[in-house]
Design a protein around this ligand. Sequence first.
Ligand code: NZQ
Ligand code: ZN
Length: 388
Amino acid sequence: MNGFVYDIPTKVYFGSGQLQHLGMELSRLGKRILLVYGGGSIKKNGLYDSVTWELKRMGLMFFELGGIAPNPRVESVREGAALCKKEKLDVILAVGGGSVIDAAKYIAAAACVDFDPWKFMSEQAPLKEALPVVTVLTIAATGSEMDSGGVITNLSTNEKLCRFAPPLQPQVSFLDPKNTYSVSRYQTACGTADIMSHIIEVYFNMTPDLQMLDGIMESLMKTVICYAPVVLADPENYEARANLMWAGSWAINGFIKGGKQQAWSCHPMEHELSALYDITHGLGLAILTPRWMEYTLDETTASKFVQFGVNVFSIHPGLPPMEIAMESIRRISEFFFHTLGLNRTLGEIGIDDSQVTLMAQKACRGDRILGFKTLYPQDVEKIYQMCI
Ligand code: NZQ
Ligand code: ZN
């Protein structure tokens, strides 16, 4: 087991009615705020009014940048950073999902440098400081509200790149499950698939590590499997939305990772899909994950699938290991495609195999993915083919 540093410096206000603390938290961090939001859902569900009322109540000056697209574009980051510099803004307030929060994080970093923000992603340009970021989360999915990562898309180069850096960690996040009541059935399903994937990417690891972390991951996965159908049937079920929301934050905030160094596998493959076809992140993950599992299952990895099948899906431990392993893949497929109702194949969403060679090379960054099983471009290409 490797040693690790535990440090998750985001203050979380969880639950209904916590927004009354927003103004106080913002005024602690600065005086001039950039309010960042998406395509309009917060105006429809009333959250925009609640947030701006709170800002006005505290006498805070704010500017707005709306219209952040899902799979946020580098152009929005440039626009936000320019506004911050021009108006001398000192705090970024993101009200939305992962796309809004990721854009806000990179606006916060870009406001502190003189070079083009795409260089953060494409050239790993130094990212040593950022304006403070505060978030009001509106969808349970990416965990961006409690991690230091961000994913930005550049349509002119067909690239979607991810980078984690400590200055991007939100200082404060407001998580009110009621703010997710209006999330559509489809986006709820995609967000749920994303949460499951974040846990699976860490859980599927053959290096012996802290047993308690495996137990926590199994509990998180069981929580998601239990509450997702409740939310789909009853979108305003507070307990179910709350469980999904908090599980989503803990799936990726660094805690379950412990000292594991292993790279993720399905995420780099998915990011190439959404870079090229602009599909929803969680949908791509749902299609890829069971095929990646089938591809990586063999005598050397079967024990992990057995642990997954027995502890998460309660498959009888007395069955032959390979039988348990294959049944566990069948159960997770059933969860993605039947319980969540997501598309089973890339073909169903209009994606053919014309770009798989290119996507496989890009997913491996010209090398390989050092994940649960090492994947070379030819392996990734086969996994894409299995998805079509
Ligand atoms: O834009 P609006 O109008 O707000 O609508 C959004 C959007 O259409 C809607 N939505 C969000 N909250 C809602 C709502 N609709 C009604 N009521 C609400 N309360 O949902 C749609 C999707 O929003 P988006 O922010 O794109 O979803 P998500 O949170 O899944 O974010 C996806 C992005 O995050 C990246 C993904 O790659 C993708 O670009 N990721 C970020 C990560 C991170 N920062 O750590 C890790 C993830 O693995 C992921 O890669
Ligand atoms: Zn994800």
